[in-house]
Ligand binder design. Structure first.
Ligand SMILES: [Zn+2]
Length: 152
């Protein structure tokens, strides 16, 4: 399949379904999914990713883009409610700035408003532990908050 027509690209990390499942899928629908970032810039740093391979935002189908942003909004509300950050940064790379050329949206919670500047440089990040990943999955993967039951 073509590398940028909404198919699956061999060798692309985000197109690798098994790998994505190992990262911990927080949300999924027909068009996009969200995972816990393996090297988070802050706790509960999520990535919203289109299921189909588009190299960047400019080349992504509008319908898919709309859905990705809707999911980013929904998950931001979930992060705010359950993680209590002071704010959330959303970062989208327009084009090949990043090594990973597959359209994705970063949701990076900020826990201290007074932090002079959120440092998102990749080199300084620590890999998430299995324990942290599992805790975040419990906290964020369900549409319902932990321990709360849906009302009839
Ligand atoms: Zn891809």
């Amino acid at each position: 399949m073509d590398s940028d027509n909404g198919g699956i690209l061999e060798g692309c990390i985000f197109c690798d379904r098994k790998r994505m499942e190992r990262e911990g899928i927080v949300y999924e629908d027909g068009l996009c999914f969200a995972i816990i970032n393996k090297y988070p810039a802050s706790k509960a740093h999520l990535l919203v990713i289109s299921k189909a391979h588009y190299e960047d935002l400019l080349s992504t189908d509008d319908k898919i883009l709309d859905r990705c942003f809707e999911v980013a909004k929904m998950l931001s509300a979930r992060i705010k409610e359950r993680m209590r950050p002071t704010g959330i940064k959303m970062i989208v790379n327009m084009d090949g700035e990043e090594e990973l050329a597959h359209m994705h949206i970063h949701l990076i919670p900020v826990y201290n408003r007074r932090e002079p500047r959120l440092d998102i440089s990749y080199k300084k990040r620590r890999k998430i532990t299995e324990k942290e990943r599992k805790e975040l999955l419990v906290k964020l993967a369900s549409a319902k908050p932990e321990g709360k039951r849906e009302r009839a």
